[in-house]
Every structure is written in structure tokens, then in C-alpha cells.
Design a protein around this ligand. Structure first.
Ligand code: SF4
Length: 137
């Protein structure tokens, strides 16, 4: 969620923001590109709610961006709206590691048994990365 907001206030506030976004999305029920863009542009990109992007939604326990290219045959509807190349520090470090170290990190995260919101916040503030590197020493 590092690319999907800034200065997250609290877990509860993030939940409220995502709930509101999801309600807006369910109300809009976008089916075609123009409708997704209309949903996207209902707020200015920098108009965040409690630090959360207005497009981040939840469905069946999954948090995701409905503008992502995976949902639009490769067309990226986020272009020009947010920094689509953003990678958090943890993701950048992860990409540099060999397969074994990446596997260790994934197991480390799995063992934490944290929910997706806690995971995202800890990825965003580098806590998981710092804990993992500390344990590794
Ligand atoms: S548009 Fe999508 S990917 Fe971009 S910041 Fe918002 S939720 Fe995240």
C-alpha cells in the first residue's frame, strides 16, 4: 500500500477510508474503461482520505486497485493518476536478493500471521524488512 497513500493515520482510519471507497465503487459498478476512469477521477489524485488513495478497495478480504492492468487486459488505468513505478524500500531490497533469501523472507512474513492491513503498513514503514534483517544477523 506504499503507493496507495501517504501518512497513514491509523488502522481504523484506513479501514474507514477503504470502506468508503468500496461503497463508492459498488455504487458506480464500473464495467467499461470510461466508467472506471470516471470512478478514478471522482477525486483529484492528491485528495486522499485519511492518507489513503480514493481508489483502493476491498473485495472478499482482498485489498486491491480496480485500475490495475491485470484487470484491464494490460491497459493501465492508473497511468497519469499515481506513481505506477513506485516500489517501497522492502520491495526494492527483495528484488536484489537471491531466491533463498527471498524464500526466507516470505516464510518470515508468513510466520507473523498478520492480516493484510498490518502487512501493508509494516511493509510501508519498513518494519518487516528491519526485523528480518535483524534476525538474520
Ligand atoms: S490509483 Fe490504485 S495503485 Fe494508484 S495509488 Fe490509488 S489505489 Fe494505489
Amino acid at each position: 500500500m506504499g503507493c496507495c497513500g501517504h501518512d497513514f493515520i491509523s488502522r481504523d482510519k484506513i479501514k474507514i477510508a477503504i470502506k468508503k471507497n468500496t461503497e463508492d465503487f459498488n455504487k458506480a459498478k464500473p464495467m467499461v474503461k470510461a466508467q472506471f476512469l470516471k470512478f478514478r477521477d471522482r477525486y483529484h489524485p492528491m485528495d486522499l482520505n485519511f492518507g489513503v488513495c480514493r481508489n483502493l478497495i476491498e473485495h472478499s478480504g482482498q485489498l486491491f486497485c480496480p485500475l490495475h492492468p491485470n484487470l484491464h487486459d494490460g491497459k493501465d488505468l492508473r497511468e497519469g493518476h499515481c506513481d505506477i513505478n513506485h516500489l517501497c524500500k522492502t520491495a526494492k531490497e527483495f528484488a536484489k536478493w537471491d531466491k533463498d533469501k527471498q524464500e526466507q523472507f516470505l516464510l518470515f512474513v508468513k510466520d507473523k500471521k498478520i492480516d493484510n492491513l498490518t502487512y501493508s503498513m509494516k511493509m510501508d514503514d519498513n518494519t518487516l524488512l528491519e526485523e528480518f534483517l535483524k534476525e538474520e544477523k
